[in-house]
Every structure is written in C-alpha cells, then in structure tokens.
Design a protein around this ligand. Structure first.
Ligand code: 5AD
Ligand code: SF4
Length: 534
C-alpha cells in the first residue's frame, strides 16, 4: 500500500499512545507513510478515548471536520480506532455515515485488512470495515487470551524509533491489557475487556530489543500494572510456547503461590527486567492499584536502584462512603497505610494519583475528606477529574448524576488549589539535593515570563534552537518524575544533552517544577553490559 499517507491522532492515555505506536509500526512496514498534516493525508485515523465525555466531544468535532471534507468530494478514508469505536459501536457509524473504518482496541491487529477492504471497494459492507470485540470482549476472554492476536501485534512492534514514531530514549512496554476491577464509574473494563497478562519472556525480550534500539527508559504499562501475575504452564500455544493469560481472581492474587506452580509476580517481573536488561537506566511503571501494592514490590524497588521510585496510585476519593460506591476496594485508612509503608521502605519515593470530584451523592463532608487527604499526604501531583457519567458503567445505571456542573467545577478548583500547595511543599523539600535528571527536551523561556519563582513557568518548545527573545533551558525528569528545568552551560549545545542522564543540583522550586544547574556536564548513559543469560 505504498504512496498512501496516513494522519494518526491519539487521544487519551499512555495505553493509547502505545497502541498508536504499534499501529504506526504495523502500517509503516506495509509501506504506508505518516504525516502530521491531516490535510495532506489519504487516510485519517483517530485513536480515541472514552474515559470521560470531554475526550469524546473532541473526537466528534474532529470527525465533523473530516466528514465535511469528504462530503465536499475529497477522497479520504476516515477511521475511528480505540475505545470510542468499541463503546459507541455502530451508532457512531449512523451519526457519521462518512466513517469508513471502526476498530476497537482489542482488534487493532486487523486494521490493515480493514483499510484494504475499505479502499478496495466503496461498497464494502459495514461488517467488512468494522472490527469490534462487542459482547465477546469479556465472554470469550479465556479463548481469546490463548489465541491472542493482539499479542502478535505487541510482539511484532517496530524497534526503529523513526518507524515507531517515538523518541529513541524512552519507550513503553505493555505488560497487561484490559481491567477486571470494575470501578463503577469506569468504562475501561467494557472497552478494553478482561485483564490479560503477557508472558514474562515476551516482555523481557521486548525490553531488550528496545534497549538495543537505544531506549534507556522503559515504562511498563497496564491499567493496574501491579496486579500482574503470570502462572507458568497455565496458557500455552498449540506449539507449546507460553501465551498471554487471563488475570487471576482476587482470591488467587493475594494467596500464597500454590505448591508445584511457578508464578511470576509483578515484583519478580520488575527484578527480572532490572537484572536481565542492564542497559535500561530507568524502569518505570503506571498505573498502580493501591490495594495491590504488596511489600514484595516495594522491597524489590528498594533493592533495584534502576527502578524509579515513582508510584502513580490513584486514590480517587478520601471518603470511605464514596470509595465504596466507586467499588474501589479500599478505605482512606488503607490508602494512607499503603503510602506510609511505601515511604518507610522508599523514603525518596514520590506518590501521585487521580481524584474524581462530584461523584453521585458526594456531600460537602465527603469532598472535605478528599481535600484533607490532598492536604496531608505528600502527593507530588494529582490529576483531578469532574465525574462524567459513562454509558455502559454501573454508576450510570445505579446512581443519578446529582451533583451540578457548577459544584463539580467549584470542587475541582478547590482541590486543584490544595494540590498546588501540596506540590509546592513536595518540590521545596528537594532543594539543595543533587539528583539524576533524564533530559527530555530543549525549551525556550519567553522573555515575558517572570524569572523562576512562585508564578508557574511555561515553555515554548523550540525544536532545540534558541530564539532571539528567549532563554534556552533544558527540561527533564528525575527518577521520581519531578520535572526539572536547567540552564544550558555556557558554550554548550543544548540538544547534545537530550536523551542523556545528568546530575543536577536543585536550587529553586515552584508548585510545578524544580530548577537547577548541571553539576558535572554530561554523563554518558550506563555502559552496555554483556547480555545476561535468559
Ligand atoms: N468520570 C471522571 N473521571 C473518570 N476517570 C475514569 N472514569 C471517569 C469518569 N467516568 C478518571 C479516574 C481514572 C482516570 C484515568 O480517569 O480518575 O484514574
Ligand atoms: Fe477503570 Fe478502575 Fe480499571 Fe482503573 S482500575 S481502569 S479506574 S476499572
């Protein structure tokens, strides 16, 4: 399919970004080329998110624009990938008859065939242009985990950063797909299906190949990444190889490993990657489920210096009553106990998360409990969302969305302000320390911006060049995911630092970031050691 240019836009989470990377790699190897300009593309694809209504609205407006171009006679192939396709199903096709392709997140391996069918014949039936798991998502999970076509897509990913469309030094590896938690507000268990765990050897192999292609930071991805558990021998392909397998039930998860069974837990997996892929200078993981954070994981993090001490573990609410209605499976006290244990074992750890405000029936008192949690726990940052009722979830069926938008907005702002104060305190505690920073980009500070201080700084990305009016700074992250800005040393070429880990003395802080000076110039990434035996 050479000479076909594709525009692919991604909405939502890191999981979607990884899916887009895989789609890009898959289509590139088939001869498609990619463009950043939707007007220059023959195929326009939106990889969508259904978690909140707001994310969907953005896609509707994009679809409207491309549909109009099609109506005006432009020959474009238009596709919706991801959770909106899965959630909205054929009603999306009815709303946008110009839509050529629909492909759910569990069916992305079929995308080239769908594009082919749609291109070959304008008259292709909706069924030929649509791949959705539909009700099968959960029902046939046992079967599909063994025959898992998505595993093939993960395994066949492109390791060339240019083809894959990612930066050379930071990469993501999926370890689980789907989710079994069924938080009552969340659409993910419906759109992404049952939790499936990838075989550890596949994951380690992928990490090794990414390291060979230049990655020094790998982020392991899963909806509840610390729930990972792989029972060896339980799922094999017909030729005897290990296959992805359905996640264990709750009882199995915290129970001891049964006699005679070989199990790779999340802690084992972290240690294996850390030990077997030494070229990875930073091993990170998101998102964690607070209840599943066993001591074994925290101790493994303590013992493995290249595992980043960053815990993204969404609390969602500080009210036990609301947590129960959300089906989160823990109380505020249990979350606080997890945070205390984490900071006891890993004193340098940073904790971050998500909160939802305005969940049905949330009273001022419930909200105050969330505020109190943000005031008292050292959260580095929290993403704060207004509750958004999602079709297909338990919450939309069971509870009236009875908190007005005005109140949601107000609570959102109050919690954001509190978080800003907490973030400022967390950042200030790092001043005078020297930390390793992975430099990610060169930025230009606009002249109009105040010098570093209490006012938040904004950067203007400038493709590695300084402008006449701006001051060039470097921007990067610590192992604990704290954002750091640094001035470029006099005479140095700023872009030489990008993708490198360098020690920085932290001197100033704000709610958003830290500012420091490079103390030892460039430090080369860790030496590539001889490969450890598999
Ligand atoms: N409304 C608001 N926020 C939601 N999230 C998930 N579903 C909803 C919803 N229906 C938030 C949660 C989750 C994050 C990814 O999105 O905080 O952790
Ligand atoms: Fe959604 Fe809860 Fe699963 Fe996270 S853990 S993806 S919020 S159901």
């Amino acid at each position: 399919m050479s000479n076909t240019t594709v525009y692919l836009e991604t909405f939502g989470c890191q999981m979607n970004e990884l899916d887009s990377e895989l789609v890009r790699g898959q289509l590139s190897t088939l001869g498609y080329t990619f463009t950043d300009n939707p007007d220059a593309a023959q195929v326009v694809l939106f990889n969508t998110c259904s978690v909140r209504e707001h994310a969907e609205s953005k896609v509707y407006s994009r679809l409207g624009i491309v549909s109009e171009r099609k109506l005006a006679g432009e020959n474009i192939l238009l596709g919706v990938l991801g959770c909106m396709a899965e959630r909205d199903g054929l009603s999306l096709l009815q709303r946008f008859p110009q839509l050529d392709i629909m492909c759910g997140p569990g069916e992305l391996d079929k995308l080239p065939a769908l594009i082919d069918a749609a291109r070959r014949s304008e008259a292709a039936t909706a069924a030929e242009r649509t791949a959705l798991a539909g009700n099968r998502t959960r029902r046939s999970a046992v079967l599909s985990a063994v025959q898992d076509d998505l595993e093939t897509l993960d395994l066949s990913r492109a390791f060339d950063p240019i083809v894959a469309g990612r930066s050379a030094f930071a990469a993501q590896v999926r370890i689980t797909r789907g989710c079994n938690k069924f938080c009552t507000y969340c659409v993910v268990p419906n759109t992404r299906g049952a939790e499936v765990h990838r075989p550890p050897d596949h994951i380690i192999d992928e990490c090794r190949k990414l390291a060979d292609a230049g990655a020094i930071e790998i982020t392991l991805l899963g909806q509840t990444v610390n729930h990972y558990r792989y029972e060896h021998g339980a799922a094999v392909t017909i030729d005897g190889r290990e296959a992805a397998q359905i996640g264990p039930g709750l009882a199995a998860f915290r129970a001891a490993i049964p006699v005679g069974k070989r199990v790779t837990t999340f802690a084992h997996l972290l240690r294996r990657i850390h030990d077997e892929v030494p070229a990875i200078a930073r091993l990170r993981f998101v998102t964690s489920y607070p209840r599943d954070f066993g001591r074994d994981i925290l101790e493994t993090m303590r013992d493995c210096p290249r595992i980043c001490r960053y815990l993204h573990a969404p609390a969602q609410s500080g009210s036990d009553r609301i947590l129960k209605l959300m089906n989160r499976g823990y109380t505020r006290g249990e979350y606080e106990a997890f945070a205390a244990q984490a900071l006891d074992i890993l004193p340098d750890a940073t904790i971050a998360g998500d909160f939802i405000v305005g969940f049905p029936t949330e009273t001022d008192e419930d909200f105050e409990a969330s505020c109190d949690m943000v005031r008292t726990l050292p959260f580095k940052n929290n993403f704060i969302f207004k509750y958004s009722p999602r079709p297909g979830t338990v919450a939309i069926e069971r509870f009236k969305d009875d908190i007005s938008n005005q109140v949601k907005k107000f609570r959102n702002n109050v919690l954001l302000n509190l978080q800003t104060q907490t973030s400022a305190r967390v950042h200030a505690a790092w001043i005078s320390r020297t930390v390793d920073v992975l430099v990610e980009e060169v930025c230009t500070l606009r002249d109009a911006q105040p010098t570093f201080g209490s006012v938040e700084l904004r950067w203007e990305q400038n493709a590695g060049k300084s402008t006449q009016t701006g001051r060039t700074t470097l921007r990067g992250r610590t192992a604990g995911d704290l954002i750091v800005s640094m001035d470029t040393p006099p005479g140095a070429n700023a872009s030489d630092f990008v993708g490198k880990i360098t020690p920085v003395l932290l001197q100033q802080s704000s709610a958003l970031l830290l500012h420091g000076v490079l103390t030892a110039g460039l430090v080369a990434p860790p030496m590539r050691l001889a490969k450890a035996p598999i």
